[in-house]
Design a protein around this ligand. Structure first.
Ligand code: IFM
Length: 459
C-alpha cells in the first residue's frame, strides 16, 4: 500500500466520535477466543490442541505460560457474561474450540464440550447480547496435526464436518458465523515463520496450508448456509498497511510481498476467485479443477481486525523473502510497542469496504499494554482510553467518507493468553489477576460502557 506513514499519536486526537455519525443499529461488541480464555484444557473430554503441545516446547512462550487455566472462563463464563452485560455490549464474538467438541478432530463428538457452548450461548442471549461464533481461532486438534494439519488436503472435509456439527447444534440460536479468525496469522506464523503452533517454517508447507484453509473456508460456508438458512456468514481477516522499512528497492519489494501474504492471499481468492499476482505461481501446484469456485463462495460480511500498520524489509534467507521491519522511531507506540496510527485505521476501513464490497464489521481493535493495579487496586489505563477514543473517532471519519461499517468489537473483553507473549501483554477491558483469576473492570471498561450508552441511547 503506497501511502507514506503519517506519524500520529492517539493523545493528539482529542475529538470524540459523535452521535449520529454511525449507521442505525451499529453493533458495539467485544471479542475473545477459546484457547486464550477458556482453560479447562484437560477437562470434560477435551482433546489436545496444537497450542497445548506448542506451549510445552521449551522457549516458545514467554515465561513458559500455557492456556491450561488461562482465564478459567470454562468455569467462570456466567461471571464473564455479567461483565458483558454491565458493559452494555450488543454483541459478543467468541470461538468454539474444535478439540473440545471433537476431541480427535473428527469422528465422535464430545457431548460435555458441546454442552458448554449451549450454556454460554444461552447465557449470552439471556443477557440480551448477540452471539457471534467463530469456528477457528487457531486451536487445531493435535490429532489432525499428526496427520499433517493444514498441509493435508483432507482437512477441508474435516473442517466442513466440524462446521456441520456446530451449525446443527447452535444454528437455532446463533445467526452470525465466522469461519476463521486471521487465517494469514495462523498460517504464516504457523507454517512459514514457525513462531506460532504448529511451529513449522517451510515454504511448501506454507503454500499448501494456505490453499487448504481457503478450501475449508468455502466448504464451511456452503455447509452452514445449507443447515442454517438464516445465517449471516463471514470470515475475520487482519488487514494492515505494509510499509517498507527503507526506500531501498529490495525493501519496497519486500513490502509488496508481505502485503500479498498478509493482506491478500486469503480474502482475494475467497472474494475474487484468484490468488494475488505475487503468489499465483507458488499456489499453482496445489490447485485442482474446481478449487477456485469452491473457495469463492458468497459471504454476508467482512470481519476486519486492525491494530496498526506494519513494516517490511528484505530477507533473502527467510521462507517468503521478507522479514518484519522496524517502525520509524518517531511513531507513537502502545505499551507493547505496536505503532499507534488511527489515520491508517480510517484508510483501511475505506479501502476494505470499497475493495470487497461487503458490510465491514471491525471484529478486533484494541490496545496492548502492561497494565497493573495502582495502590487502591484500580487499573487506570489512560493510554488504552486514548487509543480507543482515537480509533473510534477514525472509524466515524471512515463512515463519513462512505465506508460501510456496521459494528466494532474491542479486543478483548478480558486480559488473556496472548500467544507467544503469554500473560505479559494485556489487551482486556477487564483486568485479570492470573494468580487469583479475579476480574476487575479497568477505566477503559467504564469508558467503553459510557461510549456505548452515549452513542446508542435514543436521540
Ligand atoms: O490476541 C490476538 C488475537 O488472538 C488475534 N488478533 C490479535 C490479538 C492481539 O494480538
Amino acid at each position: 500500500m503506497p501511502n507514506p506513514p503519517i506519524v500520529t499519536d492517539a493523545k493528539t486526537v482529542t475529538a470524540e466520535l459523535q452521535k449520529g455519525t454511525l449507521p442505525k443499529g451499529f453493533l458495539w461488541g467485544s471479542s475473545t477466543s477459546s484457547y486464550q480464555i477458556e482453560g479447562a484444557a484437560r477437562e470434560d473430554g477435551r482433546g489436545a490442541s496444537i497450542w497445548d503441545s506448542f506451549c510445552r516446547q521449551k522457549g516458545r512462550i514467554g515465561n513458559g505460560d500455557t492456556g491450561d487455566v488461562a482465564c478459567d472462563h470454562y468455569h467462570r463464563y456466567a461471571e464473564d457474561i455479567a461483565l458483558m452485560r454491565d458493559l452494555g455490549l450488543k454483541a459478543y464474538r467468541f470461538s468454539t474450540a474444535w478439540p473440545r467438541v471433537l476431541p480427535l478432530g473428527r469422528g465422535a463428538a464430545n457431548e460435555k464440550g458441546l454442552d458448554f457452548y449451549d450454556r454460554l450461548i444461552d447465557g449470552v442471549l439471556e443477557a440480551g447480547i448477540e452471539p457471534w461464533l467463530c469456528l477457528y481461532h487457531w486451536d487445531l486438534p493435535q490429532s489432525l496435526d499428526d496427520l499433517g494439519g493444514w498441509t493435508n488436503r483432507d482437512i477441508a472435509g474435516w473442517f466442513a464436518d466440524y462446521a456441520a456439527l456446530i451449525a446443527r447444534r447452535y444454528g437455532d440460536r446463533v445467526k452470525r458465523f465466522a469461519t476463521f479468525n486471521e487465517p494469514s496469522v495462523a498460517i504464516m506464523f504457523g507454517y512459514a515463520m514457525g513462531w506460532n503452533a504448529p511451529g513449522v517454517a517451510e515454504r511448501s508447507s506454507y503454500f499448501k496450508a494456505v490453499h487448504h484453509l481457503n478450501l475449508a473456508h468455502g466448504r464451511a460456508v456452503d455447509v452452514i448456509r445449507s443447515l442454517v438458512p438464516a445465517a449471516s456468514i463471514g470470515i475475520v481477516h487482519n488487514r494492515q498497511q505494509v510499509y517498507p522499512e527503507s526506500d531501498k528497492p529490495e525493501d519496497i519489494h519486500a513490502a509488496a510481498l508481505l502485503d500479498t501474504h498478509w493482506n491478500l492471499i486469503f480474502p482475494d481468492p475467497q472474494n475474487f476467485a484468484a490468488y494475488p499476482a505475487l503468489a499465483a505461481a507458488d499456489m499453482e501446484p496445489y490447485q485442482q479443477a474446481g478449487d477456485m469456485a469452491q473457495i469463492c463462495r458468497p459471504t454476508d460480511w467482512f470481519g476486519l481486525n486492525h491494530y496498526s500498520p506494519i513494516y517490511a524489509r528484505a530477507d533473502a534467507g527467510s521462507q517468503l523473502g521478507f522479514a518484519w521491519g522496524k517502525a520509524p522511531d518517531e511513531i507513537a507506540q502502545t505499551g507493547i510497542g505496536w505503532p499507534i496510527y488511527p489515520d491508517a485505521f480510517r484508510e483501511i476501513l475505506i479501502d476494505t469496504s470499497k475493495r470487497y464490497g461487503l458490510p465491514v464489521y471491525v471484529t478486533e481493535n484494541g490496545c496492548g499494554d502492561k497494565d497493573a493495579p495502582d495502590a487502591a487496586g484500580n487499573i487506570v489505563d489512560e493510554r488504552r482510553i486514548d487509543y480507543l477514543r482515537a480509533y473510534t473517532f477514525a472509524l466515524g471519519e471512515a463512515v463519513k467518507a462512505g465506508a460501510d461499517v456496521r459494528g466494532y468489537f474491542v479486543w478483548s473483553l478480558l486480559d488473556n493468553f496472548e500467544w507467544g507473549a503469554g500473560f505479559a501483554n494485556r489487551f482486556g477491558l477487564v483486568y485479570v489477576d492470573f494468580d487469583t483469576l479475579k476480574r476487575t473492570p479497568k477505566a477503559s471498561a467504564h469508558w467503553y460502557a459510557a461510549t456505548i450508552r452515549r452513542l446508542s441511547s435514543p436521540a
